[in-house]
Write a protein that binds this ligand. Sequence first.
Ligand SMILES: C[S@@+](CC[C@H](N)C(=O)[O-])C[C@H]1O[C@@H](n2cnc3c(N)ncnc32)[C@H](O)[C@@H]1O
Length: 326
Amino acid sequence: MQFMDVAALLAGIGLFSLGASALACLLFGARLARHSNRMALLRWMRSLSDHTIFKKSDASPAANHPDSGDSRSRDVAIPDAPQGPAVPPISATSERSPLSASLSEDARLLRQIGAEMYQAGDLSTKPSLYLDEYANLFGPVRELPLRIFEIGVQRGVSMKMWEKFFPNATIVGLDGDPQPSGFPQSPRFHFVQAWQDDAAAMQKAVQLAGGPFDIIIDDASHLGCHTARSFALLFPYALKAGGYYVLEDICTAFNYPSDYDAAPFNPPVIGCEGMPKVFPSHQHGMVGLLKQMVDHAMAPTAAGGYTQFPIQRVCALTNIAFLQKA
Ligand SMILES: C[S@@+](CC[C@H](N)C(=O)[O-])C[C@H]1O[C@@H](n2cnc3c(N)ncnc32)[C@H](O)[C@@H]1O
């Protein structure tokens, strides 16, 4: 082989490697672009799902119902849940503690205001169990210029009740339905028409109030999915540290089959024989959501700090819970 032939061969090999490298770069670049496009797509989809607006109409009784065949909402099989007999009762007592008789002045006042505001037979009337706890927790500060947000205000009756009980508070009400005629007006009232999972509407509520809230009350759809969305939007950003988030009508989680995320109540055995690792309990709807919140409240003991939902106190009463932000 002559010198010229060798040079041509080497040049050919060089050109071939250059071409192969260029092709590899092109392929790698395209893959990288596809990957980053996919990441962008994923980010976009996530942002979409973060802002998906659930309407009351989304809560169709068939969709996601435990019996609908949707495996995501089926009861999860609970391993190691012994079915042994409950602990036998020692003796029942009918003696009442004097603690049960205490009704504060504030509770008396709020009961009285409630009775004046709600007409007899109004299904939205807040029960005295609710009112008494509102009064016990918030009575001592009721004259402060608090910011209160109620989600689900219907005809504005509860807004009027809060206006009277909290004489210096700013009260924002939100409802998916437009204000009916005769909706109460007050210089201390603001109204937002929106569904409870509308992030922009929640921001507007904070702006109207002039800052984050001291008390947020959810009395809207009472479905776990909606309630969870409002909570996720509001608790970390729109509630002051030390403020309270209130969930009303939690026991809708047992309204089976009328409420789509409900399931029948099945009293879990407490103290059965054996040592269960998983304690069977109701996981559906708002009762399930409340139990998630208990996990977040316990977070510092396991994670060394709070999660993005810093719940310091869970005060759960029959059908209502008060969650205090750390
Ligand atoms: C029980 S009523 C509220 C009663 C009111 N808090 C009172 O005590 O006078 C429930 C209200 O929540 C509203 N609502 C139901 N689902 C909603 C949702 N997903 N978003 C916003 N409002 C909703 C209804 O339109 C209704 O007016």
